[in-house]
Design a protein around this ligand. Structure first.
Ligand code: G1P
Length: 293
């Protein structure tokens, strides 16, 4: 069984659901309390043992690349001012040289197409996908829980799932479980954004995947599906005809930063749980609630 060493982070999306905030900065760079959303996702991947990150980017996404690079002027200024603690924090977010690649998705054809754009950098090995709109607060990290399930089940494909309200199933990829709905679940099907009446379950795909490289040949021929986009879920459903798929109902909580209220909830959750600022954040949020009319 090959180790999962690489991860794809599709970051080409326009962030239309959080406009105007995302008009001139990538949605992945919006701060969630004190760091850009993308930092949490990268940390999650690194915690799970990922060694190389492949960003699928688009126009106007240069700020992401800059964020993970050195900022010499800034570092020198901080050094001269003796701000060693801030410097150390910046240092911690710089990846190993050569451990990030950036490929472009030239047209917004859907998630399946974005992943296919990473095929040459991934090559012939299993890989993870983390959708950066979704932050998952979990210990161990969501991807680390999935990697453990991947190793236990002897390879194959693993996706993270969680329960959603029945009326919301049409917003997600939904799995068809073969037996049981807890822990590691064997799957017999999946469908992207089903009608509420025909959904096979209320277990939604969270936006974390471990897939075998055979997905790429299926993505290459994948037609358009829900929303007239090339859907990853549709290609995974085809791969399931050849290979095993397990769903992991992970322990933790997800926040969808791709919409305004999900993003607001994420900021509050991460601030409240911050070791240094949590207590003050609680007071500040209580004051804000008091003051709200
Ligand atoms: C994507 C996937 C979907 C998944 C969701 C999680 O949909 O296609 O299967 O459930 O992410 O956030 P999107 O949110 O891009 O429409």
């Amino acid at each position: 069984m090959k180790k999962v060493r690489k991860a794809v982070l599709p970051v080409a999306g326009l962030g239309t659901r959080v406009l105007p905030a995302t008009k001139s900065i990538p949605k992945e760079m919006l701060p969630v309390f004190d760091r850009p959303a993308i930092q949490y996702v990268v940390d999650e991947a690194l915690e799970a043992g990922i060694e190389h990150l492949v960003f699928v980017t688009g126009r106007n996404k240069g700020a992401i690349e800059d964020y993970f690079d050195r900022a010499y002027e800034l570092e020198t200024t901080l050094q001269n001012k003796g701000k060693d603690d801030v410097l150390a924090e910046l240092e911690a977010s710089i990846p190993e040289p050569g451990s990030m690649s950036f490929v472009r998705q030239q047209a917004p054809k859907g998630l399946g197409h974005a992943i296919w754009c990473a095929r040459d950098v991934i090559g012939d090995e299993p890989f993870a996908i983390l959708l950066p709109d979704v932050l998952v607060k979990a210990a161990p990290s969501c991807l680390a829980q999935m990697t453990a399930a991947y190793e236990q089940s002897g390879g194959g494909n693993v996706i993270a799932v969680e329960e959603v309200a029945r009326e919301d199933v049409n917003k997600y990829g939904i799995i068809d479980p073969e037996g049981g709905t807890e822990g590691v679940i064997k799957m017999k099907g999946m469908v992207e954004k089903p009608d509420v009446d025909s959904a096979p379950s209320n277990l939604s795909i969270t936006g974390r995947y471990i897939l075998q490289p055979e997905i790429f040949k299926l993505l290459a021929t994948q037609g358009r599906g829900a929303g007239n986009e090339i859907q990853l879920t549709d290609a995974m459903a085809r791969l399931m005809e050849e290979q095993a798929f397990h769903a992991v109902k992970y322990e933790g909580r997800s926040y969808d930063c791709g919409n305004k209220i999900g993003y607001l909830t994420a900021i509050a959750a991460y601030a409240l749980n911050d070791a240094e600022w949590g207590a003050e954040a609680r007071q500040a949020l209580a004051d804000a609630l008091d003051g709200a009319s």
